[in-house]
Design a protein around this ligand. Structure first.
Ligand SMILES: Nc1ncnc2c1ncn2[C@@H]1O[C@H](COP(=O)(O)OP(=O)(O)OP(=O)(O)O)[C@@H](O)[C@H]1O
Length: 859
């Protein structure tokens, strides 16, 4: 047995091997140590291997799903080795010392789950593969719990952002590409060969050419083929359930890099949970499929204005008609998740209940389709969706006739095929029921014959039907001629058999076994019939999800008084009464009122420099505008009283404080890497929010960098940008950057207390209130007093020297400064030994300026 085990383990080296032994899955050696620690189950030992005891632990087969879930969550992969023949068959083959054949039937990984209990019903479960060919890159992703299959052709530099968008359960790449560091599973290069990929796809979809799906690049074939190869590997050869691939380009969606997603908390909060994210605050969907689609929509806002308007038209229809909205949501709420039921059936892991869910879901969809088809003023999208909801009439009828109202998850006990569906099955059941009645009659007869009132006929797995009497009354039945045969003596009872009982029991058992077999055959047939229609069923599931998303967004919009955004072709961004949905909820929960703010970026004012006290609401203001862009392009109403915006092609958010020490980068390093990416990638159609860039380093360095970044964004990127800063010196930039305007969040000091008004107003902030905020935060009075004294000294010094601001003011007027302070400049020129002052970078220029000023003061 151990050599069989070791051979199987060699096939699945990167997995924990679940080795089936009767009613248990056993794990051995290191697998046992890892699993027992992770699952908190006993580690024992058994037999010997190379002179040492073999560590071992096991989980019961019936409880395996729960254990699997914990292992997969902890990041393990599990290979399931099943017995592939019965012990009887093995004995026939090899005699009494037979070893049952076993084989790995499945590799369970995070990206290839279909079990309801292992999946979150409200999130997609993506398995993502990166493929590369001829310098091009494509990403193939599948959610095999629903069969969704997308292939996206990507710029090499957008691969990271795409992966962040999908937030996959598993990412796979070839061990030979440059993307290995983005992957958590590496597969051999041969799996990603584009010619082999084409063959695999043709085989999967049973087609002679892929032309019907669109035109695949070689990279797309490599990725899609690599994905199919991986799914075949984990399902051990059986083909996965995938719908025909939908091909797209990354530029069909707003580009949002990983750091921006994280800082805007689009689908998860910075704590990693769904709670606190934009998605959580917007989500009013009532079905798992709707929630999954909304997550995908928010993660990938569209770039196609017509498609966005189509979604918005549908939201508006539900928004403006609350009666319709409520009835549609009530109907959807009652529907089971047909997409996932279909996924389980297609993966060969379906149950009678899954068929029942299909029946109920499709029936509900049909009714909803009828209703929606008949309403007035149908938006175009609904015209497309309503017919998709109907059209499974024959299947619904078949399943309604075939199944009981509430089919069980476990097929083993039978009882899921409805009466009247199959006359032969009904007969078998009748004869089983007749037998059970005969057994009841026998019980009465035995009681009368023996005079033992407590006599019972019972059933168990070992003895089958038998007669049970209390031990004290058993003697009468023990006699040779009693007509009863002794089978078992237990503590309080003694068990017997009798010839009549044996005959009737045989009839009952045989009828039962035949009935079970007949039901199983029906289950298989019904599954095949349902799967014949899997593409249109999946399309119905998609249509339901789209309607749920629209009705949910309408509900959210009505709840929050949101407005339909107007999308235009030029680069404006005009928000009136904008709000941050997550902060607004939080403020409301603590009894406060959120202050709405306008943001009007235009050609002549495309860069807003926002100053103001800490805690004043700068970050909130920046983010709420970025979130409004995301929501608008995802096809949602937005938290504002009015919003008009030109489409945003790339969204960037750089927020001062986050760091990534885990990746070995300091806070400042991360800040600079991300800022560099923005300067390299932002286009005039982009929207950028920068929050306190430069604060991660020393004041002068930070100010110099912030200064140069603002200039570069203004001159070169020319994107729409909100820039929040504590460097008041930067406000000087307004004098020379014509499209930069100054704004501040308002605050007042009232009788020594700071009052934050959270109101965005024009012009620069007059002061910074840092110490007042520190007091609000509860810094000890002695420390506050000392801080105030230091601040006074600094300010006095600044007044005397002209200060930092004066220096920056002079930066482009270097020559003028030089004229006024010629002597110092000469001294400096000597000191700098022929350095070309005109060629200095802003940072060097600034340093030089300060040295110059110092020399001038001395001289
Ligand atoms: N418009 C608003 N209306 C009501 N409360 C608000 C508003 N904006 C922000 N707040 C409250 O103020 C808090 C601080 O806001 P935010 O983090 O945006 O300030 P900040 O100016 O960026 O501060 P810092 O400079 O310290 O980072 C928020 O958590 C929220 O409770």
């Amino acid at each position: 047995m151990m050599s069989q085990y070791l051979a199987l383990k060699a096939e699945a080296e990167d997995c924990l091997l679940f080795y089936r032994m009767g009613d248990f899955f056993e794990l051995f050696f290191d697998d046992a140590k890892i699993a027992s620690a992770c699952l908190d189950i006993a580690l024992t030992a058994r037999g010997e291997h190379e002179g040492t005891r073999i560590p071992m632990c096991g989980v019961p087969v019936h409880a395996m799903e729960g254990y699997l879930a914990r292992l997969i969550k902890a990041g393990h992969r599990v290979a399931i080795a099943e017995q592939t023949e019965t012990p009887e068959a093995a004995r026939k083959r090899m005699g009494s010392k037979a070893l049952v054949n076993r084989a790995i039937v499945r590799v369970v990984t995070a990206g290839t789950l279909t079990e309801e209990t292992l999946l979150d019903s409200r999130s997609a479960n993506w398995c993502v593969v990166i493929g590369e060919a001829g310098g091009q890159v494509a990403i193939a992703c599948a959610d095999i719990s629903t069969g969704r299959f997308d292939v996206v052709e990507s710029d090499p530099d957008r691969v990271g952002a795409e992966i962040a968008r999908l937030s996959p359960a598993e990412t796979i790449a070839s061990d030979a590409t440059g993307f290995a560091d983005l992957a958590n599973v590496l597969r051999p290069r041969a799996d990603f060969d584009s010619a082999g990929g084409e063959e695999r796809l043709k085989r999967l979809f049973g087609v002679a050419t892929l032309d019907g799906f669109g035109s695949f690049s070689r990279a797309a074939l490599a990725a899609a083929g690599g994905l199919v190869a991986y799914l075949e590997h984990t399902a051990k050869g059986s083909l996965p359930f995938l719908r025909p691939p939908s091909l797209s380009q990354t530029d069909a969606a707003m580009a949002i890099d990983a750091a921006t997603r994280e800082s805007l908390e689009l689908t998860t909060s910075t704590a990693g949970a769904r709670k606190g994210s934009l998605l959580d605050s917007v989500d009013r969907t009532v079905t798992g499929a709707g929630a999954r689609l909304l997550g995908a929509d928010i993660a990938a806002p569209l770039m196609d204005r017509r498609a966005i308007e189509a979604r918005l038209d549908l939201v508006r229809r539900f928004h403006d008609d609350s009666g319709l909205r409520e009835s549609v949501r009530a109907a959807l709420r009652a529907l089971p998740d047909i997409g996932r039921a279909l996924g389980r059936l297609a993966a060969g892991r379906g149950s009678p209940r899954d068929l029942g869910q299909l029946r109920d879901g499709l029936d509900g969809a049909w009714r909803l389709g009828e209703r929606l088809g008949a309403i007035a003023d149908k938006p175009a999208l609904l015209d497309d969706l309503a017919p998709m909801l109907r059209g499974h009439g024959a299947l619904i009828d078949l399943l309604t006739r075939a199944l009981v109202p509430e089919p069980p998850v476990d097929a083993a006990q039978g009882g899921y095929i409805a009466e009247g569906y199959d006359a032969a099955l009904d007969d078998l059941r009748d004869s089983g029921a007749g037998g059970r009645r005969a057994i009841a009659a026998l019980e009465a007869e035995y009681r009368a014959r023996t005079g033992i009132g407590a006599l019972k006929i019972r059933h168990n797995g070992v003895l089958g039907y038998h007669i049970e009497v209390p031990a004290r009354a058993a003697d009468a039945l023990m006699a040779q001629d009693s007509g009863f045969t002794h089978r078992q003596t237990l503590a309080g009872v003694v068990r017997f058999n009798a010839p009549e009982l044996h005959d009737v029991a045989l009839r009952v058992t045989q009828a039962g076994a035949h009935a079970l077999a007949a039901e199983a055959a029906h289950l298989e047939d019904l599954t095949v019939t349902a799967l014949d229609r899997r593409e249109p069923i999946a399309a119905t599931a998609d249509a339901l999800a789209r309607i749920d998303v629209a009705a949910g967004l309408a509900e959210r919009a009505a709840e929050g008084g949101w407005a339909r955004p107007t999308l235009v072709d030029h680069g404006c961004f005009e928000i009136e009464g904008g709000r941050h949905p997550v902060v607004e909820d939080a403020v409301a929960r603590s009894g406060g009122r959120f202050v709405a703010n306008d943001c009007t970026l235009s050609e002549s004012s495309r860069l807003w420099l926002v100053t103001g006290p800490n805690m004043g609401g700068k970050s909130t203001f920046l983010r709420q505008n970025a979130l409004i862009a995301v929501l608008a392009q995802a096809g949602s109403y937005v938290p504002a009283t009015r919003a008009t915006l030109g489409l945003v092609d790339r969204l960037f958010s750089r927020v001062g404080a986050s760091d990534n020490l885990a990746r070995g980068r300091s806070t400042f390093m991360v800040e600079m890497v991300e800022t560099a990416a923005i300067l390299a990638q932002a286009t005039p159609r982009s929207f950028v929010i920068l929050d306190e860039v430069g604060r991660g380093t020393s004041t002068y360095d930070g100010l110099a960098i912030a200064w140069a970044v603002v200039e570069a964004i203004h001159e070169d990127n020319r994107c729409r940008c909100l820039f929040a800063t504590h460097y008041h010196e930067l406000t000087r930039l307004a004098e020379r950057c014509e499209a930069l305007t100054l704004h501040h969040v308002r605050a007042r000091e009232w009788k020594g207390d700071l009052v934050l008004l959270h109101e965005v107003a024009d012009g620069p902030a007059d002061r910074s209130f840092g110490i007042a905020v520190a007091r609000l935060a509860g810094l000890p009075p002695a420390t506050l007093k000392r801080a105030k004294a230091v601040l006074d000294k600094l300010e006095a010094g600044r007044a005397k020297t002209g200060g930092l601001a004066a220096g920056l003011d002079d930066l482009p007027l270097f020559a003028a400064v030089a004229e006024q302070e010629a002597a110092a400049v000469d001294a400096l020129r000597d000191a700098l030994d022929g350095l070309d002052l005109d060629a200095l970078s802003p940072r060097e220029a600034l340093d030089t300026l300060y040295r110059l000023k110092a020399l001038a003061r001395e001289g």
